[in-house]
Design a binder for this molecule. Sequence first.
Ligand SMILES: Cc1cc2nc3c(=O)[nH]c(=O)nc-3n(C[C@H](O)[C@H](O)[C@H](O)COP(=O)(O)O)c2cc1C
Length: 376
Amino acid sequence: MLLNAQDYRREARRLLPRFVFDYVDGSAEDGRCLQRNLDDLDALTLTPRVLRDTTAIDTSIDVFGTRWRVPFGIAPMGLNGLVRPGGDAMLATAAAQAGAAFALSTASNMRLEDVRAAAPGGVQWMQLYVMHREMAKRIVQRAQRAGYEALVLTVDVPVSGNRELDIRNGFKMPFKPTPKLAWDLMTHPRWALRAALAGAPDFANITADGEATGSASMQAALLARAMDRGLVWDSLGWLRELWQGPLLLKGLLHPADARLALTHGVDGLIVSNHGGRQFDGAPSAISALPGVVEAVNGSIPVFFDSGVRRGSHIAKAIALGATAVFVGRPVLYGMAASGQVGAHRVLASFTEELIRTMTLLGARQVTDLRVAVKLD
Ligand SMILES: Cc1cc2nc3c(=O)[nH]c(=O)nc-3n(C[C@H](O)[C@H](O)[C@H](O)COP(=O)(O)O)c2cc1C
């Protein structure tokens, strides 16, 4: 029976070829940061308040003037099309159905315009990787035209994390067929058939973008996460001029960086360690959250991701000051199990768990999680 994120993870492990599952599930080096994310979220407790009227629980929140039905969304993830062909649109649609936000990665396998059109009613943010300034500029302009509501610059990838599982699996471009890969595909025939019918996924945002930047070398650079390391605080002015709308930084952990973000006019932060996929020595994201919340002191919203596997984890991050929370791997596990329906079920399980958690805590509204619940 598939009831929760861990159940879907087991199902994804069964159904996906090993190299795909390892790419989704894996992390940097020894997986310590990933484990800290999970352990620290689990170790936190919330003390219930009793005998409060919880007949009606309201999970909606206001973010940059837009109402979200639930205080969470899907984190930006590259190569969703590897899990399922059309994966980007499936996730965007599942999110819209669940009333959750959706963030599209620069490294998506569908054009950003097509993903936006696939889920017209949903809240969609665009995530930006800057490998090449001209290319980034065009993506930002296209995202603006397509109606993305916010731009999220990911700042924790000056270089790719050391993903040894991917190296062992030969997961790089050009992808070379090996006997091990052939066996992997033969033993996962449903995935292999879908992939054969759809063709190999590519980074559609840059292939759609003309000769100069859509080259094979740019594609390989994106897979290898070879970013522009000259991008610094002062470069944010360049982005500010290009983008009219909320600009967020994703992948901050240090309170001093949060203060710098404020002085550079950023509109929101996402406290994240990339789900433990970048620096294995980083603190858990949840342990870094209070420091960042304190540093910004309510002047801009602070979002959170990394390690969320239960609705109660969402409640814990909100109790510590997050405005809303993003979920990464669990929705990919759901999509691996049963496409858009599976991704939606995972989101629905988070909503159900969150409502139960709020009821048990005596929190009628999301904001009550912050004021009425005492953290041990
Ligand atoms: C398969 C995969 C691909 C990802 N690709 C991106 C990406 O393209 N851009 C980005 O900012 N973060 C990316 N991330 C990080 C997520 O946005 C998010 O920070 C992380 O998954 C949260 O941790 P969780 O998986 O434990 O929920 C990726 C994560 C995964 C699992």
